[in-house]
Design a protein around this ligand. Structure first.
Ligand code: CMP
Length: 139
């Protein structure tokens, strides 16, 4: 079933100029980039996006990291896109990520883990609408 998911290429990856390498991994996994923009998040943007984590001990560090440089926001489309993207990203902690995944190959740490991807179709819809208008998504 064709679905959409939301993806972020994080500041550790934009800093190292490896966004193309990451996009190639996504495309090779069968995902299509149907919306994309490079932005610098404000503190308020990052706090709003990660509001679900606001009680977590790592929240302030996460917000500081996500505002430390540009991010690339994407909508990815494909067959079972949410699960497929999570598979190609690998585990949140790069030390646990399977060989060949984006995080195994490129992530620097649990925080600087190169990419974010939605964890469910429901959250994908919420995250997409937080960051993109319908007119910006071209399938
Ligand atoms: P992401 O998928 O963007 O969602 C929240 C992020 O918090 C996560 O990826 C990690 O990069 C980051 N993070 C930092 N510390 C932790 C932690 N202890 N547990 C889970 N996520 C963490």
């Amino acid at each position: 079933m064709t679905e959409r998911t939301f993806s972020i290429i994080k500041p550790d990856a934009t800093r190292r100029n490896i966004t193309g390498k990451i996009i190639t991994k996504l495309e090779d996994a069968g995902l299509r980039v149907v919306a994309q923009k490079r932005v610098r998040w404000s503190k308020a943007d990052a706090e709003a996006f990660y509001a679900v984590h606001k009680e977590r001990p790592f929240f302030n560090d996460l917000v500081a990291f996500m505002t430390s440089g540009p991010v690339v926001l994407q909508v990815l489309e494909g067959d079972t896109a949410v699960a497929r993207n999570r598979e190609i990203m690998g585990a949140t902690n790069p030390a646990e990520a399977a060989a060949g995944t984006i995080r195994a190959e490129y992530a620097e740490s649990l925080e600087a883990n190169s990419v974010h991807g939605s964890d469910s179709p429901e959250n994908a819809a919420i995250e997409i609408s937080q960051c993109f208008s319908d007119a910006e998504i071209v399938g």
